[in-house]
Each structure stands twice: as structure tokens, then as C-alpha cells.
Design a protein around this ligand. Structure first.
Ligand SMILES: Nc1ncnc2c1ncn2[C@@H]1O[C@H](COP(=O)(O)OP(=O)(O)OP(=O)(O)O)[C@@H](O)[C@H]1O
Ligand SMILES: Cc1cn([C@H]2C[C@H](O)[C@@H](COP(=O)(O)O)O2)c(=O)[nH]c1=O
Length: 218
């Protein structure tokens, strides 16, 4: 396929929704279409951002990590990723598949940790600026189902140890924001993995076709 511009695709959802596996599926589809891509994750994706990821998810420093500090850390990580990876990739016609992005901050820091939306929006305006996704694929899963999956997967990290109501608040924010985002696809990720992946494949391929048409006629 010939495309006019590279695209920025983001996978979103609560922990255990299946984002990481879905990223690999999207990569497989892009490869089939001879599209050059990179996969990144958030927080993370650069050496500094990966260090930030460890602080947020794993390291216990015998010091309380304030919720607003986490917010600043995820945006610091995002700044590094945008400037050092996303910006150059898009410039060089390389597509980006990102396991989480800015929507996670509104869902987790806003919904989960109850930080005022205006503070998050303020940081978004400064840091994300025009680097918004062309497509967000949101994997919707009931927190009870997601928790079962991550328990089977292994040891829970600091964020995953939160209670069900924390994840219910996060899911509500996701559902609300996704319903207003015309550049998004909602996937029922409660179903069996092969059904979920078939749904992603169908919807994403349709979106890809439209991109191609827009590239030719736009
Ligand atoms: N539809 C599904 N049904 C059952 N299990 C699933 C499904 N999708 C993914 N899983 C399993 O759930 C676990 C979490 O999947 P995955 O790591 O892709 O999710 P994630 O959203 O990236 O999670 P996290 O955000 O916690 O890293 C894995 O063990 C995976 O095999
Ligand atoms: C980008 C971002 C992430 N988080 C949280 C959400 C998850 O619990 C972890 C990332 O782990 P995953 O295995 O890659 O899903 O970080 C957050 O709270 N705020 C954010 O902006």
C-alpha cells in the first residue's frame, strides 16, 4: 500500500486488557502491508523513560511517591519519547505503535488517583502539543476479568496492587473519553483472545484502507 504520511497508533486499556499482544498483532498487519514501523511503550521507550517506568511501577525507595509526582514523571517520560523517538520517526515516514500514551494519564492520574483534570490538561498542552495519535484502539475489559488475567500472569506491580474501584474509575474515564474521540476504535476485550484479535484485525484493516484512500485523494 502507498501512504502519504506515517501514522501514530496507540493501544489503550486497563492493566491486563491485552494491549501488549494487540500491539504485536498491529505490527504483523503493518508488516504484511510493507509499512515500516516501531513499537514503543509508555511510560518508557527511551533509556531515561525506562528508568522512570521502573520508579513508577517497581522501585520501593522507602519514601512515599506522591500522586502528583507520578503525574510529572509520566509527562517527563512522554517528553523524552516524543522528542527523541516519535518526532524523528514520523519525520522519516516510520509508523509508530505505542502501548499506552496520553489517554492513560487522564484515566489513571485523573480517574484512578483523582488528580484535577485541569492540571493534566495543562501538562498535555505543554508536552504533547500537536503529537496526537491518528488512531487510538481502546481495549475495553471489566476490571474483575483483567485482574484475573494479571494474577495468572504473575507478581503484581505497585499500580496493579490497587483495588477494583480504582480500576473501575479508570475504565469509566476511558469509556467517556473514547466515546468523544472520532479517531478511536472500541474493542470488547472481555471475549476470547482469538475473537478479540479478529475484531481488531477487521476494524484496523478497514481504517488502514481509509488511510490509503485519503492518501491518494487527500
Ligand atoms: N482476551 C483475552 N482473554 C484471556 N486472556 C487474555 C486475553 N488477552 C490477553 N490475555 C492474557 O492476559 C495477560 C495480559 O495481557 P497483555 O500483557 O497483552 O495485557 P496488557 O494490557 O499489556 O497488560 P499490562 O498493561 O498489565 O501490561 C496475558 O497473560 C495475556 O495472555
Ligand atoms: C502512560 C501511563 C501509564 N500509567 C500506568 C498504567 C500501568 O499501570 C503502568 C504501565 O504498565 P504497562 O504494563 O505498560 O501497562 O503505568 C499511568 O499511571 N499513567 C500514564 O500516563
Amino acid at each position: 500500500m502507498n501512504f502519504k504520511n506515517s501514522k501514530f497508533i496507540v493501544l489503550e486499556g486497563i492493566d491486563g486488557s491485552g494491549k501488549t499482544q494487540a500491539c504485536k498483532l498491529i505490527a504483523k498487519i503493518l508488516k504484511k502491508h510493507n509499512i515500516k514501523y516501531i513499537i514503543v511503550r509508555e511510560p518508557g521507550g527511551t533509556p531515561i523513560s525506562e528508568k522512570i517506568r521502573k520508579i513508577i511501577k517497581h522501585i520501593n525507595l522507602y519514601e512515599i511517591l506522591n500522586n502528583k509526582t507520578i503525574l510529572l514523571l509520566v509527562y517527563a517520560s512522554r517528553m523524552q519519547l516524543i522528542q527523541n523517538i516519535i518526532k524523528p520517526a514520523l519525520k522519516n515516514n516510520i509508523w509508530i505503535i505505542s502501548d499506552r500514551y496520553d489517554l492513560s494519564s487522564f484515566a489513571y492520574q485523573g480517574g484512578g488517583y483523582k488528580i484535577n483534570n485541569n492540571i493534566i490538561q495543562y501538562l498535555k498542552n505543554i508536552i504533547v502539543n500537536s503529537y496526537n495519535p491518528d488512531l487510538t484502539i481502546y481495549l475495553d475489559v471489566i476490571p474483575k476479568n483483567a485482574l484475573k488475567r494479571i494474577i495468572i500472569r504473575g507478581k503484581l506491580d505497585k499500580i496493579e496492587k490497587n483495588n477494583l474501584s480504582f480500576f473501575k474509575r479508570i475504565r469509566n474515564i476511558y469509556l467517556n473519553l473514547i466515546s468523544k474521540d472520532i479517531n478511536s476504535l472500541l474493542i470488547n476485550a472481555n471475549l476470547k483472545i482469538d475473537i478479540v484479535h479478529q475484531d481488531i484485525k477487521n476494524k484496523f484493516t478497514k481504517w488502514l484502507k481509509k488511510c490509503k484512500q485519503d492518501g491518494i485523494h487527500g
